[in-house]
Design a binder for this molecule. Structure first.
Ligand code: 5AD
Ligand code: SF4
Length: 451
């Protein structure tokens, strides 16, 4: 009889990809996805450690998991509870102390060992696995089973060597590792054969990608994008997340030359103040960032940008914060994420003396988000009456309605009779809501629903 696996995923898209691979690696052992945690044989929390709030969510969820485990034990049954991901890597011992009922704690570079770990836990062993580095993980994981829909993630790179002063990633995900080119091309072909029309290349520092080729050379991300663009049936490519320093000439050229590379780029800057950027160990100035964006826009004039910002980094003054607002005004973002600085144990900035008071952080975050929201609204408003291609991704809430994505990642609602999920269709934008657009088919694209 098949057994049931429930995975709850927190945090970044890399974790979404990893969760799918954990399901892949357990499938040959008879595990099928469980609809809810209540009827699962194994529950895995795939966790995120990037900010304190993200990590704390895991402990409150573990409270619920304990109740499930207790009621199963009361019924003479059991469920294995596992904590995976970056909280497991960073706080393995704390998890065991705070939640002793947890059966398995294992970090992001150990997922290929999952079947063996499950077998040991089933025998009553408390399993703890925190191996870094990553090299063997991708070799030993089974082939990705393929896309669940028209969009797919493909991890090409993991880990980070940048050591930004606020960030846990170099500690939880380890050193940079790039998968070999041939492995990535093969996985991309499989995803497309399984129905993917769009692939998003993932990496903590994806544009630092430098993967080995069969002839002993290596390719950067620009070259990889060029090669992936040759795959028949693959209509859209994206990549995330990038560091400004790794935005090299080849990659900028790919934005000019590769039409399937979508004109939307998440390029975190964190701050617009040079003093802050230096203290963060970002190793570029605000003007360096402006110049990179200028070059990208020269290569691809319709490129829209997204970013991450941290307010209240230790030592941030009013003038520093003003410099961040100025950078946002200068660049003009389509979308962005912004966070209050959260001191993470073990990172250099956590010990800094000039921590910014909570109230000041809240005020700054409010002001920054107001500006970013206004820019997002303006960006979306500018779509009104334009005709743009959307990739239909899923059914909408109303009968006959489908939801697609624009090249700029906006959700677009449309009644597209005669079209189905996975089609790319030109639509005319006729409505703009805060978080989505609505559209109708252009005359050219109208198809008889019965056809
Ligand atoms: N505090 C607040 N935000 C952080 N990020 C990373 N570490 C921290 C931290 N300690 C943000 C950065 C990064 C995004 C993924 O999370 O903006 O780009
Ligand atoms: Fe963290 Fe990104 Fe900096 Fe790496 S480049 S340390 S992942 S913020």
């Amino acid at each position: 009889m098949s057994k049931k696996l429930f995975i709850k995923t927190y945090g970044c898209q890399m974790n979404v990809y990893d969760s799918a691979r954990m399901a892949d690696v357990m499938a040959p052992h008879g595990y099928v996805p469980a609809a809810t945690a209540d009827d699962a044989d194994i529950i895995i929390l795939n966790t995120c450690h990037i900010r304190e709030k993200a990590a704390e969510k895991v402990y409150s969820e573990l409270g619920r998991m304990r109740q499930i485990k207790e009621s199963r034990l009361d019924n003479g049954d059991d469920v294995l509870i596992a904590v995976a991901g970056c909280v497991a890597q960073a706080e393995g011992e704390e998890i065991q102390a705070r939640a002793p009922f947890v059966d398995m704690v294992f970090g992001p570079q150990t997922y290929h060992q999952l079947p063996g770990m499950v077998a040991r836990a089933t025998q009553g062993e408390r399993v703890v696995a925190m191996d870094l580095p990553v090299e063997e993980k991708f070799d030993l994981l089974p082939d990705a089973t393929g896309a669940q829909g028209p969009t797919a993630f493909l991890t090409v790179q993991e880990g980070c060597d940048k050591f930004c002063a606020f960030c846990v990633v170099p500690y939880t995900r380890g050193a940079e590792y790039s998968r070999p080119v041939a492995q990535i091309l093969a996985e991309a072909h499989r995803l497309v054969e399984a129905g993917a029309r769009e692939i998003t290349l993932l990496g903590q520092n994806v544009n630092a990608y430098r993967g080995a080729t069969a002839d002993g050379g290596s390719w950067g991300l620009g070259r990889l994008v060029q090669a992936l663009a040759q795959i028949d049936g693959l209509a859209r490519l994206r990549y995330t997340t990038s560091h400004p320093l790794d935005m090299d000439d080849d990659l900028i050229a790919a934005h000019r030359d590769v039409q399937t590379l979508m004109p939307y780029l998440h390029l975190p800057v964190q701050s617009g103040a040079d003093r802050n950027l230096a203290a963060m160990n970002r190793r570029h100035t605000a003007d360096d960032y402006r110049r990179i964006v200028e070059r990208l826009r020269a290569a691809r004039p319709d490129l829209a940008l997204s970013s991450d910002f941290i307010v209240g980094f230790p030592g941030e003054t009013d003038a520093d914060f003003e410099a961040t607002l100025q950078l946002v005004r200068d660049i003009g973002y389509a979308q962005a994420y912004s966070f209050k600085y959260s001191a993470r144990p073990g990172t250099p900035a956590a010990d800094a003396t000039h921590q910014v008071p909570e109230r000041v952080m809240s005020d700054r975050l409010g002001e920054l988000q107001k500006l970013l929201n206004a820019q997002q609204v303006q960006f979306n408003q500018a779509m009104l009456n334009r005709t743009i291609p959307i990739l239909l991704e899923k059914p909408g809430r109303h009968p006959g309605q489908l939801v697609g994505r624009s090249p700029w990642l906006q959700a677009v609602h449309v009644h597209a009779a005669g079209y189905g999920i996975g089609d790319i269709v030109d639509v005319q934008i006729d409505g703009v809501q805060p978080n989505s657009l609505s559209a109708s088919l252009t005359a050219d694209d109208r198809r008889d629903a019965a056809a």
